[in-house]
Design a binder for this molecule. Structure first.
Ligand SMILES: C[C@H](O)[C@@H](O)[C@@H](O)C(=O)COP(=O)(O)O
Ligand SMILES: [Zn+2]
Length: 215
């Protein structure tokens, strides 16, 4: 896809994050894999003010194009693409329920079979490190090794997928799971969970779910 179309898609994804209630203020950032690097949102600009010219290209060495300042979190976007070769889009936000679970420093367990959408039986919680640091990106690399989404302790969440539409969908799904977890936790802790065997069955079924026969 052309750079302008990708930039428009990035801005649309940002605005959708806000519309879905996944973000507040200038929190969060969005990127897509592009050439040998990525296109990413700029730092600190409210989504409603974003234009295509704000979107920043960062090359494979982490060098941003001249005259633009990328998201402070470009390092964890870069490491997400390195860790997950199938991922072409990364979404980060401070969704309230995900962030609340991250403050408890717990993974989201297999409370619902949709947990498998992130690739396994839990959504991990990457340990805290200051925003924008290499240390945080190192924690993210570990958390995303076997999953497409992770919580970030005392911070928020990240979701990676093959395209922006799916990354946004996954981020929203993880927020729903976090809300379900928080609403059951006061009633019974630990919350009942599905077995690893059942999650393995769901993971297998997801490989063909929604595929249609070509007409
Ligand atoms: C302080 C920042 O909001 C930080 O939380 C970062 O992770 C974030 O979400 C937005 O930062 P950028 O505007 O630099 O993308
Ligand atoms: Zn953040």
């Amino acid at each position: 896809m052309e750079r302008d179309s990708l930039a428009r898609e990035i801005i649309h994804t940002c605005l959708e994050m806000t519309r879905l209630g996944l973000n507040q203020g200038t929190a969060g950032n969005v990127s897509v894999r592009y050439h040998d690097g990525m296109l990413i949102t700029p730092t600190g600009i409210p989504y409603e003010n974003l234009t295509e010219s704000h979107i920043v290209y960062i090359d494979a060495d982490g060098k941003p194009e001249e005259g633009k300042v990328p998201s402070s979190e470009w390092r964890f976007h870069q490491i997400a693409y390195q860790t997950r070769p199938e991922a072409n889009a990364v979404v980060h936000n401070h969704a309230v329920h995900c962030t609340a679970v991250s403050i408890l420093n717990r993974p989201i367990p297999a409370i619902h079979y949709m947990i498998a959408a992130a690739g396994g039986s839990t959504i991990p919680c990457a340990p805290y490190a200051t925003f924008g640091t290499k240390k945080l990106s190192e924690h993210v690399a570990v958390a995303l090794k076997n999953r497409k989404a992770t919580l970030l302790q005392h911070h928020g969440m990240i979701a990676c997928e093959v395209n922006l539409q799916k990354a946004l969908w996954l981020a929203h799904e993880v927020e729903v799971l976090a809300e379900l977890y928080l609403s059951t936790l006061p009633i019974v802790d630990p919350v009942p969970v599905l077995s690893d065997e059942e999650i393995a069955i769901v993971l297998e079924k997801f490989k063909t779910y929604g595929l249609r026969v070509e007409e």
